[in-house]
Design a protein around this ligand. Structure first.
Ligand SMILES: [Fe+2]
Ligand SMILES: [Fe+2]
Length: 370
């Protein structure tokens, strides 16, 4: 797909998201949503380590949704620490007041795609009574190639419109090159190889794929170019760190396709860390996991991101959590990272969000380095 047209669409070196967009990022503390429970007593404050405000120009209506992902549940007889954290997140989502309009579960519900893990996750999700939508992670998929996932949580991709925003869920995990058949691997061996961070055998497994590119193109074809679009994916739609599949390998085709829309926000999981980045007119927000924090990649951390303070290794609730997005009637969106941290060791009024045009240097893309 290396045509000059694609290059000119993707290599928009000076392109930025909708110029009406204003971002600020603040750090502060707020009280747990859960009052009087054991969890809240132990972790009395939920620091919102970053609040991201962006103007959505013509959104006009307010709503809030919650994001939970990367719970990585093991069966309860193996351990319960990941279960405890998933339970806590779902309780807090259910306790949101006013309630969120919907919950997006962003993938990696299970650790090894085990039916026991997926059933446990489905049971825990029953705690959340609001509307729920789902996209898969690689840990949910590679034992049975998505059979239980699709049966339990429905197929991806999907689209719905909510109060002036077109919302799209994509599956970026089911496109691994077949490394298992010729090696005669069992389903468990295949899943095992897909569950490790560097993905040596799985290779560049993360992609949107031709079929979903066509879907994306058709579902956006009747959507005005300046109207807000939110795309949920497990892996980021840009090339943050390919060695860990912190990307989609067809990012170039994705970004070319999305280039005409000026107000596209990709919210993703998989990286288990707060991230913010802009690639041309596309902005991407990486969300917390409830399970564990991954380290920041050794290369390619977007300049716009302020890495979270390192997690306390003695506290398995530290460095993890969930998030919510509030789309306000005045056209702003707050991204709130609800990190379960007892003590904040440092604070910052703001960092180099996009409001800081004086000093800001956008992250170079792979395309810009070519
Ligand atoms: Fe994950
Ligand atoms: Fe993942």
């Amino acid at each position: 797909m290396n045509t000059p047209d694609i290059d000119s669409a993707v290599l928009q070196r000076n392109a930025r998201p909708d110029p009406g967009t204003v971002w600020t990022r603040r750090s502060f503390l707020h009280r747990s949503l859960l009052k009087g429970t054991a969890g809240a007593a132990a972790y009395g404050f939920l620091p919102l380590i970053n609040t991201l405000d962006l103007a959505y120009g013509q959104a006009g209506q307010s709503f809030r949704f919650a994001w939970v992902s990367d719970t990585h549940l093991y069966p309860k007889d193996v351990n319960t620490r990941f279960v405890e954290k998933a339970v806590r997140a779902f309780k807090e989502v259910q306790a949101m007041n006013p309630p969120a309009d919907f919950l997006i579960f962003g993938g990696d519900l299970a650790q090894l795609g085990d039916p026991v893990e997926l059933r446990l996750g489905a049971d825990l999700l029953n705690e959340v009574k609001i509307k729920k939508v789902f996209i898969p992670g690689e840990h949910d998929w590679y034992l049975d190639m998505g059979a239980i996932w699709n049966k339990t949580f429905g197929a991806t991709p999907w689209t719905f419109d909510h109060k002036g925003v077109r919302i799209i869920g994509l599956d970026t995990v089911s496109h691994a090159p077949d490394f298992w058949t010729s090696r005669k691997y069992s389903a468990k061996e295949r899943m095992g190889h897909m569950s490790i961070l560097d993905g040596t055998l799985g290779g560049a497994w993360s992609a949107v794929g031709e079929k979903q590119l066509r879907y994306l193109s058709s579902t956006l074809s009747n959507w005005p170019k300046d109207q807000p679009v939110i795309i949920f994916t497990h892996t980021p739609l840009y090339e943050y760190y390919p060695a860990w599949n912190f990307w989609v390998r067809d990012w170039k085709a994705v970004q070319e396709l999305l280039a005409p829309w000026t107000n596209v926000t990709n919210v993703h999981g998989h990286v288990h860390q707060p991230l913010y980045n802009e690639i041309g007119k596309l902005r991407s927000i990486g969300m917390l996991a409830t399970s564990w924090p991954w380290p920041y990649a050794p290369d390619g951390v977007p300049t716009l991101t302020r890495p979270m303070l390192r997690a306390d290794p003695g506290d398995h609730f530290d460095g993890v959590g969930w998030g919510s997005e509030s789309v306000n009637a005045n056209g702003k969106v707050d991204t709130e990272y609800k990190m379960w941290r007892k003590t904040v060791f440092g604070d910052n009024d703001w960092d180099s969000g996009t409001g800081d045009n004086r000093n800001q240097v956008l992250s170079p893309r792979i395309a810009d380095r070519l």
